[in-house]
Design a protein around this ligand. Structure first.
Ligand SMILES: C[S@@+](CC[C@H](N)C(=O)[O-])C[C@H]1O[C@@H](n2cnc3c(N)ncnc32)[C@H](O)[C@@H]1O
Length: 287
């Protein structure tokens, strides 16, 4: 970075610090430099445009077009949710399940990621499972074609880090409809915020910039939406298959009852690193 650019960034940081802290808590000049480097590498746009975007409070991942998740860098656009750190716990849970499945009798392991967004979950899983010799047939679904395009771009750039016998296909679909081959693992971080009831807990910048489709469900359709998804998951899971889902701590207790009503068994809820109950695990153990 030239001295001139560094000085312009430092001056901007100094002058707008109060505003920047509101939008980007904990932002340092060092981090700003890194984000500028990413932005200029990916977009080749001028510094003035970068600073303009910062003034608007646009999330850094949308400005630079990039975000780190689990063990890789992901291409990100405003069509996809910016992957969150807590979702890495879901990935860790998924990796454990896949290693357990690999010890079983199946030569092919089938995994579905529902609502894949940037592809962060499924690509992180595949990246961590390269030592697994079984063939893996993974499917990533999303109702947003724009999100699927982002996930495909990430697949193309991470492909060389994945095992050649582990395949990923993309499906433009509502939840798990259009999938019919039995799966051993279904994993999902679905939209789980109630549009009215939970709105006050959502940061205004998240609501302003991240895709509504990735975040919210209508309050009066919420339980029904999940009930349909649990029924689809139950029908799609192979016997002994596992379902893993991230969810809202206030709603997971009721959703776990609905999941049981839909036939899923051995339902457990797991905490995130702050102790909030955020992840649901369930199995299909009966016909
Ligand atoms: C919370 S985001 C999760 C994105 C990504 N899996 C992650 O963890 O960062 C939810 C995703 O589900 C997708 N989605 C919303 N409704 C859907 C539906 N009915 N069927 C399939 N995908 C849906 C959204 O487009 C979005 O990409």
């Amino acid at each position: 970075m030239s001295t001139k650019t560094y000085e312009a960034l430092a001056e901007f940081f100094e002058t707008h610090q109060q505003n920047l802290i509101q939008f980007y808590p904990g932002l340092t000049l060092r981090r700003l430099e890194q984000e500028w480097s990413l932005f200029s590498r990916i977009t080749s746009q001028p510094l003035s445009l970068f600073l303009q975007k910062l003034k608007q409070g646009i999330p850094l991942a949308y400005i630079s077009g990039s975000s780190y998740f689990y063990k890789a860098e992901f291409f990100i656009t405003p069509d996809v949710l910016i992957p969150r750190y807590e979702t890495e716990i879901l990935v860790e849970m998924g990796v454990k399940e896949i290693f357990k499945i690999a010890q079983g009798p199946n030569s092919i392991i089938r995994i579905a990621d529902m609502g894949t967004g940037s592809g962060a979950i499924i690509l992180s899983l595949l990246q961590d499972c390269t030592l697994i010799k079984n063939q893996i047939e993974a499917t990533a679904t999303d109702i947003s074609q724009a999100a699927l395009n982002v996930a495909k771009t990430n697949y193309d750039s991470l492909r060389t880090h994945l095992a050649s016998n582990h395949k990923l296909t993309f499906l433009h679909a509502d939840r798990l409809t259009k999938l019919s081959t039995p799966q051993q693992l279904i994993i999902t971080n679905p939209p789980y915020i109630k549009a009215k009831e939970d709105l006050s807990t959502v940061h205004p910048m998240v609501k302003k910039f991240e895709p509504e489709l990735a975040l919210f469900l209508k309050d009066d359709e919420y339980e029904n939406w999940f009930e349909n998804m649990f029924i689809q998951a139950y029908n799609l899971l192979q016997m002994e298959g596992v379902f893993l889902m991230e969810g809202h701590e206030n709603h997971l207790p009721l959703l776990s009852k609905i999941a049981a009503h839909c036939g899923l068994s051995q339902i457990t809820i797991h905490p995130d690193l702050t102790g909030r109950k955020r992840f649901l695990r369930a199995c299909r153990i009966k016909e």
